[in-house]
Design a protein around this ligand. Structure first.
Ligand code: A3P
Ligand code: MG
Ligand code: MG
Ligand code: MG
Length: 333
């Protein structure tokens, strides 16, 4: 299964990047830079993007696969004089997979991800849920291939997700893959083999029984409105807060029925980034679920680095999608 050069590259690169992120966390190198939009970026984000950039350049040269990478991070800030120590730390971790790497090469590999999205492109979130990563909670490495505005392949590496069917934290980690029309599967992150377990969403059809998943960070969503949404659907259970696309993995595996990204009160004009949604959305769809924006429109990955034509995201097991959209409408979300 998944023997195409694209799938092989994506699986191996995500596994390697996740292992690097884990190593960064184990050595507690939690120095973070603050980006222009005030969000954090760590040694782990940079190191993980460098390894995927390097592996894509190699795989593209060797097998002719698409070599366009749209990554979240850029080496611009790392090349600045005052970031010298951070670049040294990033290089230290990248050397665990490329022993001769120089700081300049590391910056160049990160900037493989500086490409503009075209008809076909890969998109990478080297660490999705950086705030979760810094807190010691969930995070994910997310890599997807987009062709003609549609995600066709997605891989998620979730180092702290014991198994995708439960939101519990664990050591073994999970690796998930979905290919358009071929289903979604998972295996342990730490054990590469040909043993893939199919992912299937939960078959709940009663809105009152919906287990809801949402961001931990209140700046990334609207927690108050999510509570109203739960009330509108007759849901008694508290929505579960979880960082990163690990919650997409849980939904795909039937550990929840719905996840929602509402617009936060301080950023009502926010548009989702392609790397925050691409891999997670195909994993849910191929597991039998449905993903749209808050207005019920399909996610449109043909608009550059953001989903400029979409507002927020709602994903469900499919059966509950119309009920979720109706409830969203009723609360004016
Ligand atoms: N105002 C905002 N509204 C929605 N999402 C936002 C946001 N600001 C940042 N984000 C995104 O939320 C992602 C994390 O989602 P979650 O809260 O579900 O863990 C971040 O990914 P990174 O951590 O990769 O930067 C970031 O891209
Ligand atoms: Mg970020
Ligand atoms: Mg992200
Ligand atoms: Mg990120």
């Amino acid at each position: 299964m998944f023997k195409t050069p694209e799938a092989k590259f994506a699986i191996d690169a995500v596994r390697e990047a996740a292992a690097l992120a884990r190593r960064v966390q184990a050595e507690m190198v939690t120095d973070a830079l603050t980006k222009g939009d005030k969000s954090p970026v760590t040694v782990g984000d940079f190191a993980a993007q460098a390894v995927v950039g390097k592996r894509l350049a190699e795989a593209s040269a060797a097998h002719g696969i698409c070599g366009v990478l749209v990554g979240e991070e850029s080496a611009d800030d790392l090349r600045k004089v005052d970031a010298e120590k951070t670049l040294e730390q990033v290089t230290h971790f990248v050397r665990t997979i490329a022993p001769d790497a120089t700081p300049e090469e590391v910056c160049d590999w990160i900037d493989v991800g500086a490409a503009n999205p075209g008809d076909a492109y890969w998109t990478l979130d080297p660490i999705d849920g950086t705030k979760g990563f810094l807190r010691g909670d969930q995070y994910a490495v997310a890599l997807a291939l987009v062709e003609n505005g549609r995600v066709t392949l997605g891989v998620l590496g979730c180092p702290c997700l014991e198994q995708p069917s439960s939101a519990a934290q664990g050591e073994s980690g999970s690796l998930l893959i979905a290919k358009r029309g071929e289903g979604a599967f998972w295996q342990l992150l730490s054990m590469a083999n040909d043993d893939w377990h199919p992912l299937r969403v939960a078959d709940q059809t009663d809105p009152a029984g919906t287990r809801m998943l949402r961001s931990v960070e209140k700046g990334h969503t609207n927690l108050g409105a999510i509570d109203h949404l739960a009330t509108a659907m007759g849901v008694a259970a508290e929505p579960v807060g979880m960082d990163s696309q690990a919650k997409y993995a849980v939904l795909a595996a039937g550990g929840g029925e719905m996840l929602v990204r509402l617009l936060s009160e301080d950023r009502p004009d926010y548009r989702e980034k392609v790397w925050d949604q691409a891999a997670g959305s195909i994993v849910i769809e191929e597991a039998g679920g449905r993903v749209t924006d808050l207005d019920g429109k399909p996610l449109d990955f043909s608009q550059g680095r953001t989903l400029a034509n979409n507002r927020g995201v709602v994903a469900t097991n499919g059966a509950l999608h119309e009920a979720a959209l109706a409830a969203l409408k009723s609360i004016g979300a």
